[in-house]
Design a protein around this ligand. Structure first.
Ligand code: MG
Length: 380
């Protein structure tokens, strides 16, 4: 039996669901949210959505699904160390990327650009907002309501960022972006677990792809330190095991630092309730030195991996596919199935964004081939 800290989110004290339901039996409200997320369509689609490398580039690369599972693992460890509600952190982690487009950030940026240029009244595309939209509106599995009808605490955690413009339209979960307050510690932890997961697995995938090298990574203090330690202990270690050992040690170092710094912040501010956490400055944090090292890691990946010419070539193609699909559907909504046809222009643009955001990489490529290549249909 794990004892929850007083500053944790307690399922019995949840602010509730948008549609009132009887409480679950045999599991708590946050477990029910986690279970609903795992069973929804958008969760399964994550398997075929890009993290950095497009799905068909290799079976060993992370996808949005394995990324989300790694985030949940790290977030649960942190939660347990901090006396937080593990099921809530897990639910937030598994749902955080449900609104992600095909082709990673390239797809999201292009969809946002298309919405802003071609349907300015529709208000752009934000992937965090889309994740919330998936669980609030788009999933169609329950007789009594749209979406998954998750608890406020889970929805609060899913909506990591949000523009003030949108926050005004979102009711309870939008309020903190207007009042500039924080979400629960479970949400703060899931957010930082996301960062720990992608920084580390992108190094692993980057080396595996050959786009970055172990030698290049030596400029990073956190990598070089652990690299030297592993080499000292195992001088003849082969490269694959070496990278795995270093990444493993880096994740551990980040998790330990985050736990200790967060516990110190909790002691300093003494929150006695989840609402005290919300009113305090951000409590989940790395130490200054670790923050600096984690930022250096991010910068390194930005320059050497995400902007590598081979990744950029994929990015350019992905952007073109998203744009051409968006333009085609907007100009000729009859290309869409009834499910995505709307009478109103703004609603039509939003429905197209929902449709494209819901596509996997391979579905988007296939849809693009069907629409733009003579014989595309026959090829399927
Ligand atoms: Mg993520």
């Amino acid at each position: 039996m794990i004892v929850l800290a007083p500053y944790a989110c307690h399922p019995e004290a949840s602010r509730g669901r948008r549609h009132v339901e009887p409480p679950p039996t045999g599991r708590n409200a946050f477990q029910r949210d986690r279970d609903r997320i795992i069973h929804c369509n958008a969760f399964r689609l994550l398997e075929y959505k890009t993290q950095v490398f497009v799905n068909h580039e290799g079976d060993l690369f992370r996808t949005r699904l394995t990324h989300s599972i790694e985030v949940a693992q790290i977030a649960r460890s942190l939660s347990r160390n901090l006396g937080l509600h593990e099921d809530l952190t897990e639910a937030i982690s598994l749902a955080h990327d449900l609104g992600h487009t095909p082709f990673g950030h390239a797809g999201q940026d292009e969809l946002n650009a298309c919405m802003r240029e071609l349907a300015p009244a529709a208000g752009g595309f934000e992937h965090n907002l889309q994740s919330l939209r998936v669980v609030d509106e788009l999933e169609a599995r329950y007789a009594a309501f749209n979406g998954l009808n998750l608890c406020f605490e889970t929805r609060e955690g899913i909506l990591k960022h949000c523009s003030v413009h949108h926050a005004r339209t979102l009711g309870d979960v939008g309020e903190r972006f207007l009042a500039r307050t924080q979400p629960s510690l479970e949400a703060q932890i899931a957010n930082l677990a996301d960062e720990i997961a992608y920084n580390n697995h992108d190094i692993d995938d980057g080396v595996r792809s050959g786009l970055i090298s172990v030698e290049q990574l030596q400029v990073l203090e956190i990598f070089a330190t652990h690299y030297a330690q592993v080499k000292r202990k195992y001088p003849n270690i082969e490269k694959r095991r070496l990278v795995a050992e270093v990444v493993r040690a880096m994740i551990n170092t980040l998790v330990v630092d985050l736990t200790e710094t967060t516990l110190a912040n909790i002691r300093k501010h003494g929150p006695a309730h989840a609402d005290d956490v919300r009113a305090a400055p951000p409590l989940a944090a790395f130490s200054m030195s670790m923050r600096r090292q984690a930022d250096a890691l991010k910068q390194f990946l930005m320059h050497n991996l995400y902007r590598h010419y081979r990744v950029m070539r994929m990015t350019t193609k992905a952007r073109a596919i998203v744009r051409e699909l968006f333009v085609a559907f907007l100009q000729e909504p009859r290309l869409l199935s009834d499910e995505y046809r709307r009478d109103d222009e703004v609603a039509q643009a939003r429905a197209i964004a929902d449709y494209i955001a819901g596509m996997t990489d391979r579905y988007a490529i296939r849809e693009h081939t069907q629409l733009f290549r003579m014989g595309g249909d026959a090829a399927l």
